[in-house]
Design a protein around this ligand. Structure first.
Ligand code: GLN
Length: 496
């Protein structure tokens, strides 16, 4: 049996019946990482001793008969979530070798269940990008085709989960960074409602948009991981305080017949290559077969989302990233004549080109004289977008949209054209702007590559999204648990 290809739920059963141990499972994962990661490049750091130590502890917990859903399960954290035992770099030279003094709340929550951290995942520097090409450390490759990007910015997590280098990963999504790489790698990625998962210890990119969420091979696994990380945290002032938590996994098979799905013309009539559009539309047919009601809707403000996102995200980033001055954290420029030159050279040498571009754009949008014209205007349009979604959810429960306008693209094909790269997120950013949840699941294949389909819901409607996603997964069978799909991936990885 190939242990690395089990789902979390399958592994849980085997662990609890003592048919396998966490040490065995972790060792198989480590062997796989050692074999394929020199090419895939999904991990920035990887700590074999730490993982095996945690696996031994997990086995003791299982023997005592008190395991949690994630006890003994190998996982990866995106390298922008704080861990005290292993560096947290944000894939940036400026945080190279930085070891945080505390764990992120999500790290602690997962540790509390006794899961096994195998390492930290690659990302675009400070989570800025859609292809993981902006990482200052390495290039992650798409496990379906090594010439293609895995998506971004959580490209390391998506590539690792798809290729069996861990059973789940946590990513962060500011404008699509969980959902788009999940789509490009053929797995499931959820951006939860803003505030459902604590951001404490997630290194900030754009605080009003950032959310942590799970990357998994199946919808059920995703529900299980969300249950482990959701919940109020007094360390995060934006964490939701109401009594909203629910058992996502238990309700996953509930009846769907009441659900009304809206198909927004603005998402489906975009400039998508016609052949890809027809592949995307097969999803609608499958949905009809599972018995939900579908209707056309309109979201006219969709085209405003991209400029609104880049103004708000860059403005917040320019403020958040001002703390990297060579005094408090990480990299410090040497041979400087005074403190001002230290600050200047640290930023100049420590940040990569995309991060600098965003700091410059954000600082410009916030500056006196331009603030009203750009930042304030963007905030006003943000309110209109929120209002538009609110009204739409009076007429339907869930919105269906493509996750991305294309399948995975070749490494190097968009990196020199930032606007082209930014266009990749047109379908994912609106959910971040409104703070609502959205899940991307494998929708099908186009040109032998997986594509994602997105279900967007109202605030705290994760339960409905999981139910619908689970029904689509069962009806379509496009996940890596399908033997034929799994074999295609294995044949590709066996070339390594
Ligand atoms: N690709 C988007 C950006 O570069 C989104 C990134 C993210 O969600 N972290 O800003």
């Amino acid at each position: 049996m190939n242990l690395t290809k089990l789902t979390i739920l399958e592994a849980r059963k085997l662990l609890d019946k003592r048919e396998i141990s966490s040490v065995e499972l972790t060792q198989s994962t480590i062997d796989r990482i050692k074999k394929i990661d020199p090419v895939i490049g999904a991990f920035i750091s990887f700590d074999e001793d730490l993982a095996l130590k945690q696996a031994k502890k997990a086995d003791q917990l299982i023997s005592s008969g008190s395991s949690y859903p994630l006890t003994g399960i190998p996982f990866q954290l995106k390298d922008n979530m704080c861990t005290t035992e292993i560096p947290t770099t944000c894939a940036s030279k400026i945080l190279k070798n930085f070891i945080p003094p505390y764990n992120a709340t999500v790290t602690n929550k997962i540790y509390d269940q006794g899961a096994v951290l195998v390492g930290k995942g690659n990302l675009d520097e400070f989570a800025m990008g859609s292809s993981t090409e902006n990482s200052a450390i390495k290039q992650t490759k798409n496990p379906w085709d090594f010439n293609l990007v895995p998506g971004g910015s959580s490209g390391g997590g998506a590539a690792a989960v798809a290729s069996g280098e861990c059973m789940f990963a946590l990513g962060s999504d500011t404008g699509g960074s969980i959902r788009q790489p999940a789509a490009f790698c053929g797995i499931v990625g959820l951006k939860p409602t803003y505030g459902l998962v604590s951001r404490y210890g997630l290194i900030a990119f754009a605080s009003s948009l950032d959310q942590i969420g799970p990357l998994t091979r199946t919808v059920a696994d995703n529900a299980l991981v969300l249950e482990a990380i959701a919940g109020n945290d007094p360390h995060d002032a934006t964490s939701i305080t109401t009594n909203y938590l629910t058992n996502y996994l238990d309700s996953i098979n509930e009846d769907l017949s009441e659900i009304q799905i809206g198909i927004p013309t603005e998402y489906w009539e975009q400039n998508i290559e016609p052949k890809f559009k027809s592949s995307l539309k097969t999803v609608i047919e499958t949905l009809k077969d599972i018995g939900v009601t579908l209707k056309e809707i309109s979201l006219p403000l969709t085209e405003q989302a991209l400029p609104v996102y880049y103004l708000i995200a860059n403005s917040e980033a320019s403020s958040n990233l001002s703390r990297y001055d060579g005094i408090k954290y990480g990299y410090v420029a040497s041979d400087t004549k005074d403190i001002w030159e230290t600050i200047e050279n640290t930023k100049g040498e420590g940040f990569g080109p995309e991060v600098k571009r965003r700091i410059l754009l954000g600082t410009y949008a916030l500056s006196t004289g331009f603030f009203d014209q750009y930042y304030l205007k963007a905030q006003k349009v943000r309110t209109l977008i929120i209002e538009e979604f609110k009204q739409t959810f009076d007429t339907c429960d869930v919105i269906i949209a493509p996750t991305s306008p294309s399948v995975a693209f070749p490494i190097g094909s968009k990196i020199t054209n930032p606007l082209d790269m930014y266009m990749n997120d047109i379908f994912t950013q609106p959910a971040n702007i409104a703070g609502i949840p959205a899940i991307s699941i494998p929708g099908g294949f186009h040109n032998n590559l997986p594509f994602g389909i997105q279900f967007i819901g109202n605030y705290l409607s994760e339960k409905t999204l999981f139910k619908l996603a689970n029904a689509y997964e069962k009806a379509s069978s496009f996940t890596l648990t399908n033997n034929i799909i799994n074999e295609t991936m294995e044949n590709q990885l066996n070339k390594l």
